[in-house]
Design a protein around this ligand. Sequence first.
Ligand SMILES: Cc1cc2nc3c(=O)[nH]c(=O)nc-3n(C[C@H](O)[C@H](O)[C@H](O)COP(=O)(O)O)c2cc1C
Length: 179
Amino acid sequence: MDVLEAIKGRRSIRAFKSQNVTAEIIKKLIDAARWAPSAGNIQPWEFVIVQKPEIKRALAEAALGQTFIEEAPIVIVVCANENRSSQGYGIRGKTLYCIQDTAAAIQNIHLVAYALGLGTCWVGAFREEEAREILKIPQGIRPVAIIPVGYSAESPSPPSRRPMNQIVHYETFEVETFP
Ligand SMILES: Cc1cc2nc3c(=O)[nH]c(=O)nc-3n(C[C@H](O)[C@H](O)[C@H](O)COP(=O)(O)O)c2cc1C
């Protein structure tokens, strides 16, 4: 699939069929994630693959009751390894680079999932400490996103995007014109 087609066609999916997602597909998603760019190629990402219904349910609860998370056959929790990034880049590594790096990996998962005919949603609203306890995530590793993955049971319309002329600034921030 053309990359622009994937970028524009991907939607957040919040309803899933019960159809299973194979181990081979999960492998492809994680492989795509690990090819994301990262500061100094530190690759500060960790992935927890969740299939057990009781763990998915607990995650949905930690995510403020977003029950579609437990509907998905697979849930990937993407974590940032703050320790790895801070060893390379100190406080900037811990507070910024490891989040940017994992965000790039997360986007790769969304795009490749879409290209493989799957639906995903980037879930960022969750009680972090609760998710950490559920998944037994050690200190220094920060859960960044919960991604339910499955075959879509909905086809949402694309939400609007801010127009170019509002978001592009020419030469300095004051000038908002785009040809
Ligand atoms: C950092 C981040 C956090 C998000 N958290 C949630 C969330 O907790 N629950 C949810 O349903 N969608 C969440 N979303 C998905 C957005 O609502 C969605 O991307 C946005 O509305 C645009 O729709 P689209 O993804 O279909 O283009 C999140 C997206 C991002 C990037």
